[in-house]
Write a protein that binds this ligand. Sequence first.
Ligand code: AMP
Ligand code: ZN
Length: 497
Amino acid sequence: MAQTCSEYLNFILTSSFGRLSPQSLAHILTFRLYNTFTNQKEVFVPLTPGIVRMYNCGPTVYGRPHIGNLRSFLFADVLRRWLEYKGFDVKQVMNITDVGHLVDDADEGEDKMLAQAAKEKIDPWAVAERYMKEFLSDLGALNFLPAMIYPRATDHIPEMLEMVQGLVATGYAYEVDGDVYFDVSKFPAYGKLSGNRVEDLVAGSRIAVREEKRNPADFALWKSDEKHLMKWDSPYGPDGFPGWHIECSAMARKHLGEQLDIHTGGEDNVFPHHECEIAQSEAFHGKQFAKFWAHAKFLQVDGGKMSKSLGNVYVLDDITDRGFEPRVLRYTLLRGHYRQPLNFTWDILEESRASIENWDRLAQDLGRLSEDVEAAPLGMEHVERARKEFEEGMDDDLMVPRALGAMGTLRGAVGRGEVAGEAAREALNFVKSVDSILGVIRFEDGSLEASIQSRIDARTQARSAKDWAESDRIRDELLAEGIALEDGPDGVIWRRV
Ligand code: AMP
Ligand code: ZN
């Protein structure tokens, strides 16, 4: 892909981007995304002008997604929202792995679905059903934009077998007693994403290598096991199931085509999962599988790895049980930069809650200021600066902390009374556009229920009559209902608390 400025210019002039106005081009071609494949930030240009094909590795549905999983999925949601903000039509696919993901992420070990089914004493299909529902309900609670489709691996067995058979036919894969392996020696580029070299993998391998493999680094596309509870008939025997990696290659191909603009996952997916996806897909169709590979860093808890033994593998309910709204978790998981490690603590949740409430208040203040149509416009420069800072931050590899800094600066100006009239309306629009990415702010429509307004009026009359007892009574009554009143030089101001 074109990298230098002159190459880009040439690309623009010779592609259908050339039909776009210079303004919209400037707007689109400013987003730089870190590509794990090239280890650098690159200007994002989709393969088809205006359309982004994005595949996100989704959950393995053997348990409720933990907050670390949610961080990776949320990164994909923020990326999708930013691309839409930039005017792209995003075709987003997030898969559901409901078979074939083995405990060790490679060819050995139990299937995670079956292990969970044994624990719960139910069949693996029921496990998949239960946790898929929980996953989708968590996404709803956390205000994710719905993907175009959440394809399930078990619904795509024919598509996987088509690829497996194609790879066997062209010599990239081979069968041994019902198992089919990808032959890494036939794909010299194996390792190009992760930087791993086949020789090093072999030398460093801790796992006993299966004798049936031609090369120790070969990986399974299809496995046979008559005891496996989720199994399908195939040219390799009656009791087979797919390897985890082939699932994503096949589902991406089916729903987005052979070439993707962006493929995402958590950092642990780089190897082996994404490396193997590249090998299978590119060996199968001979084209570059994904242009951008984007990975979120792992979430840590209390400075370390989440682990069952420490009892800190938190899920959404653990957060809401402690009185935090789901949006507080959403904000906590996205307020840092996705490529920086994030350490989850209960204190951070408290900070996030306070921070969101500040944004709510900013929106309320701007709502009220916007209603004053008589006020002269004041402080448009604050809004323009904030918008520029926000867009520059997000364009720089989704630098959310810079975007939040822009909102903070604007809040300062509003607090100092430097924003009014038309600028307040613009500022409110700006806060709404920031929230089209954050998805956490609560916007009030600026009006009050009549029963509340009439009591505020009654209190104002009581104050005029110096009836402090009645005035305080009404104020306390409203506070108990979530409306706080403050008396300022220009009269009473209300806000929801
Ligand atoms: P799984 O359900 O195990 O297939 O994982 C689903 C997604 O969550 C994958 O993209 C993982 O890379 C990601 N993931 C797992 N643990 C964490 C973590 N602690 N922080 C961020 N992402 C994670
Ligand atoms: Zn995947």
